[in-house]
Design a protein around this ligand. Structure first.
Ligand SMILES: [Zn+2]
Length: 480
């Protein structure tokens, strides 16, 4: 069978750091970027005889994520020891959750660009666990940095509902957006704060049985995930086509050679000897706490997208771009609050001018762009034809640099558009009187000259004449 006759079956396990200041079971800082082994204590170093104390804020953030993903929040969950040996885990076990996780079920809706019914990717669970340290392999020695050891994580496990690399990418981007919207995580991929294990198998299209799956570990970019899946699907198709069997094993993705390489045969859950963590009581979460967290939840990206399409008449695509970052969505809504009636034009402005300045400056939105109220005022001037669109662009660029308001900038740069008919009529008359030959040519049928006259009047008025008024007046006078 050609590889196109196979269907991919993909499940993702995403690990993401929770946005706490301290670690999960001790008071050490959870921040990134300190000197090696600066943020450590006997608890997160795994010394014998120490006792973990649970970070309440981490639990609240994990519940926020659970609610955003429509999970059931367990009244009682149990921390469990997951035993394995690795140099970055000196106590020989990681505290995780196993049989009784904090959040069960739920789903993530994938955004569509076409306005169709969104695809729902079901979740198995979201559980809490601690991160391990980090091995650093230098030229002559291997070193371990324990700053990351004990940093709180949630693991978000999907059902094998994803069917392509693109769909896996869309799921990850949506998850990443939701995590940051609800403030559960910063999702910093470059710092290892958002990473993903991928389970992939293939089966003949139309079949409902699952094939043997492989796992690709520790991918920390959307592109790597998509490429690794594409590679793995075609590799498995080749294996099956040659009459062999796919082995259940763990692979690593090599981003340089763009291929997966087997790392070890996959462990099964019973290799980890999970058992309830004896040093921690069951985690009990009351309905009151869940309700309290629910009332503090912001509007979720999917709801906001729907509202932008419904209430503002934006396309799905525009709504997707504007809601991907919560601060951009809020910026856009504050721009509209200046009383703009052309929401499409405002959306377009934010997607082009505002995003451009953010990208070019490399700064966060609130530092790179003017206050949204000022951008709104500027666009209001365009709506009222007090300035042209080009003048608005010049003013916007100046505002980004100076930090001054819209009205002051427009006045300072002399960008106000002249809509005064008398002034424009005078300029038209002067021009037509100065060039009777061209006027005669136009009247004899050279229609193209109209643009020439418009250009000359605009130039005579320093580019500030309202183009609509210029057009109307010239047309009248040239018919003359
Ligand atoms: Zn510590």
């Amino acid at each position: 069978m050609p590889s196109g006759d196979y269907e991919a079956v993909i499940g993702l396990e995403v690990h993401t750091h929770l946005a706490t200041r301290s670690k999960l079971f001790c008071g050490c800082s959870a921040s990134f970027g300190a000197a090696p082994n600066e943020n450590v204590c006997p608890i997160c170093m795994g010394m014998p005889g120490v006792l973990p104390v649970l970070n309440r804020h981490a639990v609240e953030l994990a519940i926020r994520m659970g609610l955003a993903a429509h999970c059931e929040i367990a009244h009682e969950s149990i921390f469990a020891r997951k035993s394995y040996f690795y140099p970055d885990l000196p106590k020989g076990y990681q505290i995780s959750m196993y049989e009784l996780p904090l959040c069960k079920g739920g789903y993530i809706s994938l955004p569509t660009d076409t306005g169709g019914e969104p695809r729902r990717i079901r979740l198995v669970r979201i559980h809490m666990e601690e991160d391990a340290g980090k091995n650093i392999h230098a030229a002559d020695a291997s070193l371990v940095d324990f700053n990351r050891s004990g940093v709180p994580l949630v693991e978000i496990v999907s059902e094998p509902d994803l069917r392509s690399a693109d769909e896996a990418g869309a799921y990850l981007r949506e998850l990443h957006t939701i995590l940051r919207y609800v403030g559960a995580s910063d999702g910093k991929m470059a710092e290892g704060g958002f990473r993903c294990d991928v389970n992939v198998s293939i089966r003949p299209r139309g079949s409902s049985e699952f094939g043997i799956r492989t796992e690709i570990k520790n991918l920390n970019s959307f592109r790597f995930v998509e490429k690794a899946i594409e590679h793995e699907v075609s590799r498995q198709a080749d294996v099956l086509e040659s009459g062999k069997r796919v082995m259940q094993e763990t692979h690593l993705w090599d981003p340089v050679r763009e291929e997966t390489r087997p790392m070890r045969s996959k462990e099964y859950a019973n290799d980890y000897r999970y058992f309830p963590e004896p040093d921690l009581p069951p985690l009990r979460v009351s309905d009151e706490l869940v309700d309290q967290i629910r009332t503090m939840m912001p509007e979720l990206p999917a709801n906001r997208r729907g509202r932008f399409v419904r209430d503002f008449g934006l396309t799905e695509y525009e709504a997707n771009v504007l809601t991907e970052e919560r601060d951009l969505a809020e910026y856009f809504e504050r721009v509209l609050a200046a009383g703009l009636s052309n929401r499409k034009a405002a959306a377009n402005w934010v997607m082009t001018e505002v995003l451009r300045i953010v990208n070019e400056s490399g700064k966060p939105l609130r530092e790179a762009a003017p206050a949204p109220s000022e951008t709104g005022k500027l666009l209001k001037l365009v709506e009222e034809a007090a300035i042209s669109l080009n003048a608005a662009k010049a003013a916007f660029a100046a505002m980004c640099k100076s930090g001054k308001g819209a009205a002051a900038t427009v006045a300072e740069l002399g960008l106000s558009q002249v809509s005064d008919e008398a002034a424009i009529a005078e300029a038209c008359d002067k021009l037509l009187a100065a060039d009777p030959a061209k006027v005669a040519e136009y009247r004899a049928g050279r229609d193209k000259l109209f643009g020439f006259f418009v250009g000359r009047v605009m130039k005579a008025m320093g580019g500030k004449a309202n183009p609509k008024v210029v057009n109307d007046l010239l047309r009248k006078k040239l018919v003359g």
